[in-house]
Design a protein around this ligand. Structure first.
Ligand SMILES: [Zn+2]
Length: 421
C-alpha cells in the first residue's frame, strides 16, 4: 500500500495517477487474496488469480460484493465474515452499520477521513460541533477520531438540545459544524430566536454536511446570509466517506485512498464519464480489504480537471438507488431525471411513468394528473413528451391523462408492468 502526501497527490500527472491506481488495485487484490479468507474465496470462485488483476480495468473481472453479501458472510463466519486482512487485535474500531454489519476499521480509514477534512479547510485549532450520531452508526465517532488526529477539537453534541448547543457554540467560539444541513438550520434559527445576530455573534465559518438532501436554496442561505462555507459529503456506512465537495462545488472529489468505478448494475462493466451507473468502491486497505463493494447508489463521474486544482475523479451527483432503476429499450430510466424534467410544468399535479410490453417492444407511457382542466392538452402533451424524452434519453410514447387522485401518493415514479412469459 502506498501512502502519499497531499502535495504529492496534487502534483501527480495524469499518467502518474493512472499508474498509481493500477499499482494500488494490483496491490490490494494480491493482499486480499493472501490475507482475507472471504476475499480469497470470492476470487477463487470466480476463477481469478490475483496476478490477472494488473490494474483498474481488470477490476471488471471480479464480481461485486453487496451489503447482503456482507451480512451473509458474517452469518456464516461471525463476527467479521472472514473479511479481515489483519489479526483481530490490530483492528482500531468496530462500527455497527445497519444490517447489522460489523465494520472493522483500521488507522487507514481515519487517515483517509482526516485528509478529506484537511482538503475541505479544517485545520489545527478549529473547534467543531459534531452532531452526527455516535451510537450504533459509524458517522459520529469516525469523524471525531479523524478530526482529533490533526488537532481539531471536537464537541460530541449529537442532535437535539438546540438551546444548549447554541450556548456551547457561543461560549466556546465554535468554528465548524458537522452534521445534516437541516440541523444546522435549526441551530441558526434557535440562535436568532434567542436574540442573537448569527453572523455577528458566532464564529462558525465552515460546515461539513451530509446524510440528507442539500438543496441549492439552502446552501445559498448558509453562504450568503450567514457566511458559512458548506462542503457537502458523500459516504456510505460500510466504507465511510467516499467524497466531498471543494470550494468549486463541482461534485464530490473522490479521495485517492480508494478507487471508485461507475458500472452497469446488470453486467458490472465499467461505464464512461457522464454515464449513470452504480457506485462501486475498492478501498486500498489492509484491515478489511473488500474488493468491489457495490453501494447500490447511482452516480456519474468526470475525470476533467477541477478549477480547485485537485486532480481526483469526481462524482457529479447522486442520482438515486439501483433498485429504482427500470431499463427500457436498453436505457435506464432514472426517476430523479424524470422528476427534474417535470418540475418545470406547474400544471402537472402528479405523474407516473408506466412501462408495458406491446408485442416485442417496450411501450413507455406517462400518466399525468393535471392541476386544472384549463390547459391545451395537445400542446402540453407534445412539450412534456419532448422534455422527458430528452431528460431520460429514451423516447416516451404517449401521455395518458388520468383523473385527480388516480395515481397513489406512494407510487413508484417508474412502474414496470412488463411480463416476460
Ligand atoms: Zn475541486
Amino acid at each position: 500500500m502506498e501512502i502519499h502526501t497531499d502535495t504529492e497527490l496534487k502534483t501527480m500527472t495524469t499518467e502518474e495517477r493512472e499508474a498509481y491506481f493500477d499499482r494500488q488495485v494490483n496491490w490490494v487484490v494480491a493482499y486480499a487474496y493472501k490475507n482475507s479468507p472471504a476475499m480469497r474465496d470470492k476470487l477463487e470462485k470466480a476463477g481469478i488469480e490475483p496476478d490477472q488483476i494488473r490494474g483498474v480495468k481488470d477490476l471488471e473481472k471480479i464480481p461485486i460484493t453487496k451489503k447482503e453479501d456482507l451480512i451473509a458472510l458474517q452469518k456464516i463466519a461471525p463476527p467479521f465474515g472472514d473479511l479481515l486482512g489483519v489479526a483481530p487485535d490490530d483492528i482500531r474500531s468496530i462500527f455497527i452499520s445497519p444490517g447489522p454489519v460489523y465494520d472493522a476499521v483500521g488507522d487507514e480509514t481515519y487517515a483517509r477521513v482526516a485528509r478529506i477534512f484537511r482538503t475541505v479547510g479544517f485545520k489545527k485549532g478549529d473547534i467543531v460541533l459534531n452532531t452526527f450520531a455516535y451510537h450504533l452508526v459509524p458517522a459520529g465517532l469516525m469523524m471525531h477520531e479523524a478530526f482529533s488526529s490533526f488537532g481539531v477539537k471536537v464537541l460530541p453534541t449529537g442532535v437535539g438540545n438546540t438551546e444548549l448547543q447554541v450556548q456551547i457554540m457561543h461560549d466556546l467560539n465554535v468554528t465548524g459544524y458537522v452534521g445534516t444541513p437541516s440541523f444546522l438550520m435549526n441551530l441558526i434559527k434557535k440562535a436568532e430566536e434567542l436574540g442573537y445576530d448569527f453572523k455577528r455573534d458566532f464564529s462558525i465559518k465552515l460546515a461539513f454536511v451530509g446524510a440528507e438532501m442539500f438543496p441549492d436554496s439552502m446552501r445559498h442561505i448558509f453562504e450568503h446570509m450567514y457566511g458559512i462555507t458548506c462542503s457537502q459529503t458523500y459516504g456510505i456506512a460500510d466504507i465511510g466517506l467516499l467524497g466531498c465537495e471543494c470550494v468549486e462545488k463541482s461534485g464530490f472529489h473522490i479521495p485517492e485512498e480508494l478507487f471508485v468505478e461507475i458500472v452497469d448494475p446488470m453486467t458490472g462493466k465499467q461505464l464512461e464519464p457522464g454515464q449513470i451507473g452504480e457506485v462501486v468502491v475498492t478501498p486500498f486497505e489492509k484491515t478489511r480489504p473488500v474488493i468491489r463493494y457495490g453501494t447500490g447508489d447511482l452516480s456519474l463521474f468526470t475525470d476533467e480537471l477541477c478549477a480547485c486544482g485537485q486532480k481526483s475523479r469526481r462524482l457529479l451527483r447522486i442520482a438515486g438507488r439501483v433498485g429504482d432503476l427500470v431499463k427500457v429499450r436498453g436505457m435506464f430510466i432514472i426517476p430523479k431525471e424524470l422528476s427534474d424534467a417535470l418540475q418545470q410544468y406547474p400544471q402537472v399535479m402528479s405523474y407516473q411513468a408506466v412501462v408495458r410490453r406491446e408485442g416485442h417492444r417496450d411501450d413507455l407511457t406517462l400518466k399525468i394528473e393535471l392541476e386544472s382542466d384549463d390547459v391545451n392538452r395537445e400542446k402540453l402533451s407534445e412539450d412534456i413528451l419532448q422534455a422527458v424524452s430528452t431528460a431520460c434519453r429514451v423516447k416516451f410514447d404517449k401521455v395518458e391523462w388520468v383523473g385527480k387522485g388516480t395515481i397513489p401518493e406512494d407510487r413508484k415514479i417508474v412502474l414496470d408492468e412488463r411480463t416476460w412469459e
